[in-house]
Design a protein around this ligand. Sequence first.
Ligand SMILES: [Ca+2]
Ligand SMILES: [Ca+2]
Length: 240
Amino acid sequence: MVLGLDIYNGTQAQLQNFRSVSTITFPLLLQAGSIRGSHGTHTLLIADREGIVRHIGRGASGLSAAAASIRELLTAQPPAIDVPGTSLDFGEDIPAGESRTLTLVVKNTGGEDLSVTDMESDLEGVTFSLTELTVAPGDSATVDITFTPSEGGPFSGTITISSDDPENSSVSVAISGTAIVVPVNPRADFDNDGEIGFSDFLAFAQAFSTDNPTFDLNGNGLVDFPDFLEFAKNFGKSVP
Ligand SMILES: [Ca+2]
Ligand SMILES: [Ca+2]
């Protein structure tokens, strides 16, 4: 965090004194000020790893303040995970078999990189766009969470996020919602084989633009595009 310290025109004794006060032993330059005499009075500049100056002190009286600043910088601030919003609501109307995606934000409010090492859910049908990621200090990242309910009804579960945050190595987010079953239109099973499938599509295509009432699902007198949309909505389903 500190590349070097320049005690301007200091003496060996001052340097030793600074070392004993600050407990810092790595490169300290004695008489470094003679390299650039125009610097003037003693100046202590302490910059952090981003190059931001955290302390400017002048004169020997500034040594203890400088030491305190250095100690603060040397005290590692661990990563800290913050997941705003402790629950994800997928809504009350996900059609069973279809997917819905929500975004989860993961923040790092600590001072070191946060490593998310795993994301998992106890609810079947939940998938993640990422299960491992690194978030820089002060930064945030997003993870897409997709749920595909296999059947209708309410659902709930938990997402567990594991990270190297020493205080919150495991964070839980509740997920909930309700899946609905979209009723099948049995009329779309044109060949009555119990499945609304490709053979029905071929039959529909043959009848397109005619007035054949079997295929005119919305009853407007013509086998047209709205009928196709209705057919497509039912495609792949079984007729009970
Ligand atoms: Ca069929
Ligand atoms: Ca029609």
